[in-house]
Design a protein around this ligand. Structure first.
Ligand SMILES: Cc1cc2nc3c(=O)[nH]c(=O)nc-3n(C[C@H](O)[C@H](O)[C@H](O)COP(=O)(O)OP(=O)(O)OC[C@H]3O[C@@H](n4cnc5c(N)ncnc54)[C@H](O)[C@@H]3O)c2cc1C
Length: 461
């Protein structure tokens, strides 16, 4: 009698990076188990293990495309569920260096689900895969390795109210986010410490949901102010599911938005965007303002390690936590799953260091370099302003000025910022000439769009 040997992958962490990993693993392993301490199935609101789900998690076009490639039809499902859409260059109203960019459709679909709505759709599609199961309410305690530590053969976990146990696995994928313990576990197994890069950005977020009695959008999906050295405060004010508007505002290096209502509105006024002030003056407040602190970015350079155990991969924020104002983390998590899929294609166990090197080169490096460079435009952010950094910052400034005149520059800019093209795409000779020509003419002031009332003015009592 032959005994069927089944292969199993265990994913530690059932947030977005874990769900994306499970999606690609389900094509290569007989069983895929997702472990998380939270309740996941059926949840469609913010959850404890994912505190950022109370804040705007903007999905870049590069991420939307990667997600759609893993879950065909998911974008249409979200739209049918009341998620609004737009174009990242055409119907997102960008303010950079305090000036509005020229809008131009750029074939960059932008969908606006709240973070819980996005996760819910991705989770439901992952749950529908016949070989994926969820171990909820389960704490992840550690890794199970062979005696010589050269291979990971399972994960140590503890279900709520249960005893510690080991789930055997042919592959373990760590998607436990920023607090990942893999660096510690590896050292306990005798591996060299992984190099970690951190940069202090001292970011403070505050988020609030509204129902508006006026329409400041006029067909746009969102109105976004990007922080810059003269005003290091920003805001994303966006339509989202349920006919709501989600507003996340932020400040860097300790200049944080207040959470009391009057103070928050004063802070928003300080951004100098009359559309915000007008629209908020009689908006219905759907939630209290909620704060989040993000002190440092973090990158774990697994690709630089000399040795790494077989049977273990790491993905998502457990590898890199980007400055969230650039809205890149979910997109990187989705693209990381596509890299993982490439390393599973052979049918043999993936080679971790090969995976980490491809991940770094194709996905993490471009986003890390671009966001790191822009962070250095703020004088208080520590880091070396090399000649290359100063040149890149100077060029970015020219792009932002040129984009107030020329929608083609806006479109090229959002293709790079939206992780559809690499940042170098802006330096193609034709585009560089266009940027220089337009920037030399100086910034152009765009006509303001009106804020139109959608409900009658309230009569004074
Ligand atoms: C304030 C903020 C704003 C952001 N805004 C954006 C944005 O606009 N756009 C964007 O693309 N990205 C944004 N991001 C990043 C984005 O949220 C993440 O990149 C994305 O969620 C992927 O994270 P992850 O799945 O790797 O980890 P996480 O989302 O952190 O999930 C980790 C999971 O592991 C579980 N877990 C951890 N430890 C254990 C344990 N010991 N036992 C059991 N379970 C455990 C947790 O419960 C959780 O479910 C933002 C992040 C923050 C903090």
């Amino acid at each position: 009698m032959s005994v069927e040997i089944k292969t199993r992958a265990v994913v530690l962490g059932g947030s977005l990076a874990g769900l994306f990993a499970a999606r690609v693993l389900s094509d290569a392993y007989d069983d895929v188990i997702i472990v998380d301490r939270d309740k996941l199935v059926g949840v469609d609101g913010p959850r404890r293990g994912c505190p950022q789900s109370r804040h705007i998690n903007g999905l870049l076009t590069g991420g939307q495309r990667a997600i759609e490639s893993m879950y065909p039809g998911i974008t249409a499902e979200m739209l049918a569920d009341g998620v609004p859409k737009g174009d990242l260059g055409g119907t997102v109203r960008w303010y950079m260096l305090g000036r509005q960019l020229q809008q131009r459709d750029s074939d960059m679909l932008c969908v606006g689900p709240s973070r819980p709505k996005l996760e819910h759709h991705v989770r439901e599609r992952t749950r529908a895969l016949r070989n994926v199961t969820f171990a909820e309410h389960t704490d992840i305690l550690g890794l199970q390795a062979t005696p010589d530590g050269s291979r990971i053969i399972g994960a140590k976990v503890q279900r709520q109210g249960g005893l510690p146990e080991t789930i055997d696995a042919d592959l373990v994928v760590d998607a436990t986010g920023r607090g990942s313990r893999t660096p510690v576990w590896l050292e306990e197994l005798g591996y060299e410490p992984v190099t970690e890069d951190r940069k202090k950005v001292g970011l403070g977020y505050v988020t609030q949901y509204y129902r508006l009695n006026s329409d400041p959008f006029q067909g746009d999906l969102s109105i976004n102010v990007v922080a810059h050295p003269k005003l290091p405060r920003g805001c994303i004010f966006a339509k989202t599911d349920g006919g709501r508007v989600e507003m996340t505002t932020y400040g860097i290096l300790g200049d944080h938005p207040p959470t009391d209502q009057a103070g928050l509105f004063r802070w928003i006024d300080s951004l100098g965007v009359p559309e915000y002030t007008e629209a908020l003056k009689d908006a219905e407040l759907l939630t209290e303002p909620v704060a989040f602190r993000f002190p440092t970015t973090l990158r774990r350079r697994y690709e630089g390690m000399r040795r790494f155990p077989d049977g273990l991969l790491v993905t998502g924020d457990a590898v890199t936590c980007f400055n969230p104002v650039y809205a890149g983390g979910m997109t990187v998590a989705a693209k990381s799953a596509l890299v993982m899929r490439d390393h599973l294609h052979t049918g043999a166990s993936p080679r971790p260091l090969d995976y980490f090197r491809d991940l770094a080169r194709d996905v993490v490096d471009p986003q890390w370099e671009m966001t790191h460079t822009i962070d250095l435009s703020f004088p208080g952010v520590e880091g070396r302003r090399t000649f290359a950094v100063r040149m890149a910052l100077g060029f970015t400034r020219l792009v932002q000025i040129a984009a107030t005149r020329d929608g083609a520059v806006t479109a090229a800019y959002v293709r790079a910022a939206g992780q559809v093209e690499r940042p170098e795409s802006l330096q193609r000779p034709k585009m560089m000439l266009r940027v220089l020509f337009q920037a030399l003419r100086g910034p152009k002031i765009q006509p303001r769009k009106p804020v139109v009332r959608t409900a009658p003015e309230r009569q004074p009592v």
